[in-house]
Design a binder for this molecule. Structure first.
Ligand SMILES: Cc1cc2nc3c(=O)[nH]c(=O)nc-3n(C[C@H](O)[C@H](O)[C@H](O)COP(=O)(O)O)c2cc1C
Length: 421
């Protein structure tokens, strides 16, 4: 059925049979998990981050706290407060494991990406580990520059990150990537240090840390510290925004990670130019089958759109993205205020059920609803043309149209608003 559609992707000279890969987490730490994952439609698996110093491998328990009890948004978004640290076992055990993982991955044509981290000030240890992973059969490595301790060091010295990459490059021949934190700034300078050092790809991003308070018990929820990975679907626009920034400053290939739970989440990253997407916490919240679902969803979407391969649409949405300054400089009505704002809402009476969401939420009080008389009134003269009511209406009854020419639709909650085309 899928023979006519090619979803394979090339990155750093390696072929991935699917653009969907497993991002680094405990799901890539054991052979049994890797065996299950390789039988699914995954292009690659990133291992759990390995490290040698014992102090980086301390695991407090329990360490995984889903935030479901904090409400629907957290539950549906797949939010997790996690204290998962790098892998626990000793170096020799890890190397044995990597070589067995490599064997399994090879059998199923799945690319094995080993993630690791060492003391950022000890470059020779980074090189030693990289060489050992290459010898053990890893196809590529992902330097985990996203851990809190790495960020502390690298934010003071970007050069240190560059030195680690270029030194590893001297002694290995497989592709090298770095996984970055969503807080490293200035992002463009960090990326350029990596690029100059010979980096083959960037994985963006690890998730931010945070903390959440259980107000009933008046204590921090789960563990009394700032935990890593308070992620989930809400992280997607943030991660994607930074990826756009990286792409604007560098042509380095990016593995897009952050908030991917569904096919359309993954497609957003591909449409912004990422050749591959990594699935993290969704494996926990939706089970391993989520990778298959996303893979087949991408194939279905491509068939519906008539695409035969990923390159036909990769980066298509990215090409529309401008920086905020140019967008503002092109605005036709930069300083108007009501009653002269250019666009106003119209309500399709056949779709409106008078629920009143628009009236409740319009902060300018443009819309009023009289449920008893089944009347809805719009006071155009108060409208700022913001568009909020269009998106908030649960029955898609509201459209923003040109004030002067009521027929012209400016925003209907789909695609790009007409003004920006
Ligand atoms: C339980 C858990 C453990 C993780 N461990 C690692 C890790 O060892 N190394 C790493 O680079 N990222 C790790 N991550 C981060 C993920 O790879 C991913 O970057 C992050 O969760 C954002 O993606 P998501 O929104 O799809 O979860 C971990 C994530 C989770 C949920």
């Amino acid at each position: 059925m899928n023979n006519d559609i090619d979803v394979s992707v090339q990155l750093a000279g390696l072929k991935f049979k699917s653009p969907v890969i497993v991002s680094s987490s405990e799901c890539g730490s054991d052979l049994s998990q890797v065996k299950i994952l390789t039988k699914m439609n995954v292009g690659g698996i990133v291992t759990k981050t390995f490290t040698t110093p014992g102090e980086f491998r301390i695991r407090v328990r329990p360490y995984q706290f889903p935030l479901n009890k904090f409400g629907r948004g957290f539950k549906e978004g797949g939010s997790l407060y996690s204290l998962a640290a790098p892998h626990v076992e000793e170096r020799d055990q890890i190397l044995d494991k990597v070589s067995m993982m490599a064997g399994i991955c090879r059998k199923y044509s799945v690319v094995l990406i080993v993630s690791f981290f060492e003391d950022p000030t000890n470059i020779s240890n980074w090189v030693k580990q990289a060489k050992a992973f290459e010898k053990a059969g890893a196809d590529m490595i992902e330097l985990n520059f996203s851990s809190p301790s790495a960020v502390t060091v690298f934010s003071k010295s970007f050069r240190q990150a560059g030195a680690i990459i270029s030194e590893i490059k001297k002694y290995t021949s497989f592709p090298i990537g770095m996984k970055i934190s969503p807080t490293i700034e200035p992002l463009e300078s960090f990326v350029s240090i990596g690029k100059n050092a010979g980096l083959d790809f960037i994985t963006a991003h690890n998730a931010p840390g945070g903390i959440i308070i259980d107000v009933e018990n008046e204590v921090p929820f789960g563990a009394p510290t700032i935990g890593g990975y308070v992620m989930g679907r809400t992280f997607l626009p943030y991660s994607l925004g930074r990826i756009v920034r990286i792409r604007k400053s560098s042509d380095i290939p990016i593995i897009g990670v952050g908030g991917i739970y569904r096919t359309d989440d993954a497609l957003q990253y591909l449409l912004c130019g990422c050749p591959l997407v990594g699935i993290g916490s969704a494996l926990y919240f939706r089970g391993f089958k989520v990778v298959d679902k996303i893979h087949s969803g991408i194939t279905r979407w491509m068939r519906n759109k008539g695409y035969k391969n990923i390159d036909e649409f990769k980066g298509k949405a990215y090409n529309f993205i401008k920086d905020g300054i140019s967008l503002k400089s092109e605005e036709k009505y930069p300083h108007v205020v009501p009653p002269d704002c250019p666009y106003v809402p119209v309500i399709k009476s056949e779709k409106c059920n008078l629920c009143g969401r628009c009236a409740e939420t319009c902060i300018y009080k443009v819309i009023t609803v009289d449920k008893e008389k089944s009347l809805i009134n719009i006071d155009d003269n108060k409208c700022w043309s913001c568009g909020f009511c269009v998106g908030i209406c649960p029955s898609s009854a509201i459209t923003l149209v040109e004030r002067a020419n009521r027929g012209k639709i400016i925003w209907n909650n789909e695609g790009l608003a007409e003004t920006f085309k």
